[in-house]
Ligand binder design. Structure first.
Ligand code: GLA
Length: 401
């Protein structure tokens, strides 16, 4: 079971209800051909609307036209290509898209999933009374069923934090849990926060304070990536009905990717990987950034500074260095200034002494893939230009003699 944030691709953001055996096989091929699989994006997850119904015995079956051979051959197709296969169900008696849910059928459905070769289950929260004990019981019932089903299936609780699942989901057997409502393909302005979708910055800010619920055994999930959607696909359609113009700039997508990696979040792609722009592929393939996400400590970043322009995030890494993200929220280019030592060792609230190491600091720019030249004196501040909506990511470490 994971000791790193799970990585993969999920059908919802782009395909919505339009999933089929054909598009999922094409996606599996694209994950391989683009090199994304080899970077760690290994789970291919079919979200809602794969369903045909339940047969007279109560067993789930896949949609007969869109999945004419059922689910098992699709899972095999993924396994043959070095991918893992994930599926979707719900703790209610209906899914969010009103397909059959698993409430009351947990053992039955877990057995079906295991027999089809499923490796991952995303378990949603629609049609469940908003009661914490009841929510816990329902997730526990599926967690127990998965534990007994004879196959290792990663349990992903998509409870959206509605009943504070981040506090208790681990005890149901879940290894990742949604902390917040759905993320949409939208940067921030005007700020939206509704039960239908939230901007990147809204979701980011709602993660503050949830760091303590994460450990290498279980991950806060701020929702799937919208990188590269560019206003297209199911999420784009959903937003444009509001009416709001969906889509972000490539720089905003790089920021989103940076921030999710600093959070040590699961990285589930949502764009159409059969049709990636070079910029999107580059954003998703930044190995230095992915290594921050996958760092063995699995610690999420904390916000260490908040000003009118910059938010600064800091994530300790296993080798003793730290990753620092500097997000410019303003509509203008701005210059960030800090002593490197204060980013490496920020002053604890209430502590008297000066922060920072006595010796020199090394700094790696994760997007420029370059070591930065530094003033010889570590008390001299560095100045970095940060474009509007950009997040610059640096790794800082002490230079050891
Ligand atoms: C909810 C979930 C989404 C998606 C849809 C499917 O909204 O939060 O991620 O799974 O349901 O209907």
């Amino acid at each position: 079971m994971p000791h790193r944030p799970p990585m993969g691709w999920n059908s919802w953001n782009f395909f919505g209800p339009g999933v089929s055996d054909r598009v999922l096989r094409e996606t599996a091929d694209a994950l391989v051909a683009t090199g994304l699989r080899d970077l760690g994006y290994r789970y291919l997850v079919v979200d809602d609307h794969w369903h045909g119904g339940r047969n007279d015995d109560g067993a789930l079956f896949a949609h007969p036209e869109r999945f004419p051979a059922g689910i098992a051959p699709l899972a095999d197709y993924c396994h043959e290509r070095g991918l893992l296969f994930g599926i979707y169900s719900c703790a209610g008696n209906r899914t969010c898209g009103r397909e059959p849910g698993s409430f009351g059928f947990e053992e039955r459905d877990a057995a079906s999933f295991a027999s089809w070769g499923v490796d991952f289950l995303k378990y949603d929260f629609c049609f469940v009374p908003p009661d914490r004990d009841e929510a816990f019981r329902r997730y526990r019932a599926m967690g127990d069923a998965l534990r007994r089903c004879g196959r290792e299936i990663l349990f992903s609780a998509a409870e959206w934090g509605a009943c504070q699942g981040y506090v208790w989901a681990r005890d149901t057997g879940a290894r990742m849990w949604r902390t917040t409502l759905d993320l949409v393909d939208y940067w921030d302005e005007p700020r939206i926060h509704t039960n239908r979708g939230n901007s990147i910055l809204t979701i980011l800010d709602l993660q503050d304070g949830l760091e303590r619920y994460q450990s290498p055994e279980g991950f806060n999930d701020p929702d799937m990536l919208v990188v590269g959607l560019q206003g297209k696909g199911h999420l784009g359609l959903a937003l444009s009905r509001r009416p709001l113009k969906p889509g972000c700039t490539d720089r905003e997508y790089r920021s989103h990717m940076s921030l999710w990696c600093l959070l040590a979040a699961p990285l589930m792609l949502g764009c159409d990987v059969r049709d990636l722009s070079p910029a999107t592929l580059e954003t998703l393939s930044n190995r230095e950034l992915l290594a921050i996400d996958q760092d063995p400590l699995c610690l999420p970043c904390r916000r260490i500074r908040q000003g009118p322009i910059f938010s600064v995030y800091r994530k300790p890494l296993a080798d003793g260095s730290v990753a620092v993200g500097i997000l410019n929220r303003s509509p203008w280019r701005a210059v960030f200034e800090a002593q490197p030592g204060t980013l490496l060792h920020p002053e604890e609230p209430g502590s008297a002494g000066p922060a920072g190491p006595a010796g020199p600091v090394r700094i790696r720019d994760v997007w420029a893939h370059a070591d930065l030249a530094l003033p010889a004196d570590p008390s001299v501040p560095v100045r970095w230009t940060v474009e509007s909506h950009e997040t610059r990511v640096m790794i800082l470490g002490e230079v050891r003699a």
